[in-house]
Every structure is written in structure tokens, then in C-alpha cells.
Design a protein around this ligand. Structure first.
Ligand code: GTP
Ligand code: MG
Length: 202
């Protein structure tokens, strides 16, 4: 699975405005600052294709990136960003949820979970919402390069991943496919590309 080209196509704020050529796509979603844009850059090996920031709330639209002129990676706004103005936050929720439910070319949602901190309620709620609405999902654990810190609950990423899977299994008959990643070391990159290729060839 090689990336030969990756280009930004467009930003949309509603499903109807997204590209209409019918190519399959994968959407990256997760809490603000979980590393969605960084992961996208790591996947395509381009440091600045998707804009990243230390401050949460950087990505605010549905951003389509065309890969190998045949499929899309989609960068979405993060959820759970407390200081976003209330109206703006509502709006994000509305258009991303509408996108999940009505985007017929969406192959799988890649739900990003920060493996450097203990499981968050909002992530479990989001995962269960996707499950209840039968949106195909892959769990992507991010920041697996980070070592355990007291202030982060004192656990290794591996332990946090295990805890999260135990908690999420209550909402699912079968635990969704999952991959451990780091945008810093490119851990998981090949696995993600292989997984996406397999899903596209269904
Ligand atoms: P929003 O667009 O605001 O929702 O954020 P995002 O999910 O796109 O996060 P972004 O990629 O902008 O990354 C947020 C911060 O986390 C940045 O400071 C990144 O450098 C850092 N970061 C992202 N991925 C990793 C990773 O794998 N390891 C480490 N150590 N830091 C990471
Ligand atoms: Mg972003």
C-alpha cells in the first residue's frame, strides 16, 4: 500500500457539499487535540497537508483529501472542545453526525482515542453512538509513543488501550477492529494503509 499522491480537494460544512464523484472515503474523528490532522499527515507522509495545532479546535470543516486519485481521507472537526462557543459546537455536532448518517461513500469512520490518558466518558459515548447507528468503525489509538506520567493517570498506553476495550465491549457484540499508532514514530501507519485497502476491496 503506497501513497503516490495526496492533495487537498475542498472544505465543506454540509454533507451535500462534499465531493460527488463516488470514490470511497475514510473519516478521521475524535476529541479535539487527539491527533486527527497529525495522523492524516503521517499516513500520507506530508508534514503539513492537514493543519495541526497545540490548541484544540483547529479543524472546523469536513476536509476532503484525495489519495492516489482514487479515494479520500477526510479530516473532521474534533468533539468535546469545551471552550468552543456553544453555537459553533452544536453546529459541528449537527454536520458531522449528518455526514456519518448520510454519506453513502463513507467506508469506515476511524475513531481516534488518545492512548496516553485514561478512557474518557465522551469517547465511550461517541463510540456507542456510532455503534447504535450502525456506522462502520475502526478504533485508532493515538500518541502510543508517550510514556506513562503521574498526571496522566500513571498508566502505559498499552494499559489504557486495554481498559478502553474492556469498557467499550459493553456496547458492542464484537469489539471493532483497532490499531495502535503514533504520528511521531509512524507506528501503525502501514497497518492503517493495509486495513483501508482491505476495506476498499470489499
Ligand atoms: P483538532 O483539529 O483541534 O480537533 O485537533 P487534532 O485532533 O487534529 O489534533 P492535531 O493533529 O492538531 O494534534 C494536536 C497535538 O497533539 C499537536 O500538538 C500534535 O503535535 C500532538 N500529537 C498528535 N499526534 C501525536 C502523537 O502521535 N504523539 C505525540 N507525542 N503527540 C502527538
Ligand atoms: Mg485537526
Amino acid at each position: 500500500a503506497q501513497i503516490v499522491s495526496a492533495e487537498f480537494v475542498k472544505s465543506s460544512v454540509e454533507t451535500e457539499a462534499c465531493p460527488s464523484d463516488g470514490s470511497p472515503e475514510f473519516a478521521l474523528v475524535g476529541r479535539s487535540n487527539v491527533g486527527k490532522s497529525s495522523l492524516l499527515n503521517s499516513i500520507v507522509k506530508r508534514k503539513k497537508l492537514a493543519l495541526t495545532s497545540k490548541k484544540p479546535g483547529k479543524t472546523q470543516c469536513i476536509n476532503h483529501f484525495r489519495i492516489n486519485d482514487s479515494w479520500y481521507l477526510v479530516d473532521l472537526p474534533g468533539y468535546g472542545y469545551a471552550s468552543a462557543p456553544h453555537e459553533l459546537k452544536q453546529d459541528w455536532n449537527k454536520f458531522t453526525k449528518d455526514y456519518f448518517l448520510n454519506r453513502s461513500t463513507l467506508v469506515s469512520v476511524f475513531l481516534l482515542i488518545d492512548a496516553s490518558i485514561p478512557a474518557k466518558k465522551i469517547d465511550l459515548e461517541y463510540a456507542s453512538w456510532l455503534g447504535q447507528n450502525q456506522v462502520p468503525m475502526t478504533l485508532i489509538f493515538t500518541k502510543c509513543d508517550k510514556r506513562k506520567k503521574k498526571k496522566n493517570g500513571g498508566k502505559h498506553p498499552e494499559e489504557n488501550v486495554q481498559d478502553f476495550q474492556e469498557l467499550i465491549s459493553k456496547y458492542f457484540d464484537a469489539v471493532p477492529p483497532w490499531i495502535m499508532t503514533s504520528s511521531l514514530t509512524n507506528q501503525g501507519r502501514d497497518e492503517i494503509l493495509l486495513h483501508m485497502a482491505q476495506l476498499r476491496n470489499y
